[in-house]
Design a protein. Sequence first.
Length: 263
Amino acid sequence: MSEQDAIKAQAQARFGQYAQGYVESKSHAGGEDLERMVALAEAQPDWLAMDVATGGGHTGLRFASLVRQVIAFDLTPKMLQAARTFAKEQGVNNVDYAAGDAENLPFLSNTFDLITCRIAPHHFPDCFRFIQECARALKPGGRLLIEDHLAPEDDRAARYVDSFERLRDPSHVRGFAAYEWRGMFLDAGLTVLHDEHLTKKGGKMVPWAERQGCSSEVIERLHILLAQAPKAVAEWMNPTCAGTPDATFDHHYIIILGQKPQT
């Protein structure tokens, strides 16, 4: 098994184990960031959309009320099963569910009007390959809308943040700075229409860690990383109360919107 396949298998195993927790997660179910994505997408009623790495399915469900049909796509069958059950409970009937690899989308070129992906690409071994696949699968004029972790532009600080994230969730690969996101979109042939930085301040660390099943030993190490963060990292993460049950830090995200050229 290649290193990339091992990373994907690890992600599949972990998210299959915690699927129901993500379906029930309030931070994934909604929020200002999701509504911001809706506003930027400018989705139309006749569109065919796909939500990649749909997880608990919340982003796909939100867009289902705005478009003709949504394909909810994920690597993890157990996650899809949980998302499908939740959608049924909500009475949504224009979402179809498909399993597969975000870096090898099993869809024809020029198929989708909109592709979304929310808080997932940091798990992808080859994020640029994923963006290339999205560009291929979009119709001319179609839109790619991504929200994901945003890394600081200081590379050493970014790698420290990645280590912190990976300790909590070993399937985390890496976050990207804004200039890297713009570069990947442009290199895949997409025009960047918009990007913005969102900060969710004061997120509680312990519930965040527990959602991934972290042991008390891992949580203690996370506290230590917060407490010992170098200056550039501390300025980015803004940790408070490290070493206590009230420990918090800021989460940073990018929302970036690209469009496939008409010709």
